[in-house]
Design a protein. Structure first.
Length: 134
């Protein structure tokens, strides 16, 4: 279970980082040839804002934060924040077949199937990237 927790934590951080770096990249996507200043990719930001809230610090233009907006990103950000900043991720064995039977949570019958959630998060990331690449 400890190794699984470590892998899930790494996945959460990678998924979170995907949205953070995508948002930053969208803010500095192009360069004004006259001034050398970055120009936003407004289309990319519109796409990202369907899934995450994007905040840019005007005093530090290279500092961008995101927050969950889509149901999957909301849960991803909540799980990652709790795991990273508050307490170790609670993972229970809710079935005999592991790792499929691992659930997030600590109350039988009320957990979230861990691998199903991770598959949903990865599918969302792939869909977002496909939209950004179109």
């Amino acid at each position: 279970r400890e190794h699984f927790r470590w892998l899930i934590s790494a996945f959460f951080n990678a998924a979170y980082s995907y949205f953070e770096t995508s948002a930053l990249s969208a803010y500095v996507a192009f360069t004004d040839p006259k001034t050398g200043e970055p120009i936003e990719d407004e289309e990319a930001l519109l796409i990202l804002r369907k899934y995450v809230k994007v905040f840019r610090n005007e005093k530090k233009p290279n500092f961008v934060k995101t927050a969950g907006l889509h149901p999957v990103t909301e849960q991803l950000y909540e799980l990652r924040k709790a795991n990273t900043h508050h307490f170790p991720l609670s993972i229970m064995a809710a079935g005999p077949l592991l790792p499929e039977g691992f659930h997030f949570g600590n109350m039988t019958g009320k957990g979230t199937p861990a691998l199903d959630f991770c598959r949903s998060a990865l599918a969302l990331i792939l869909a977002v990237q496909k939209e950004l690449d179109a």
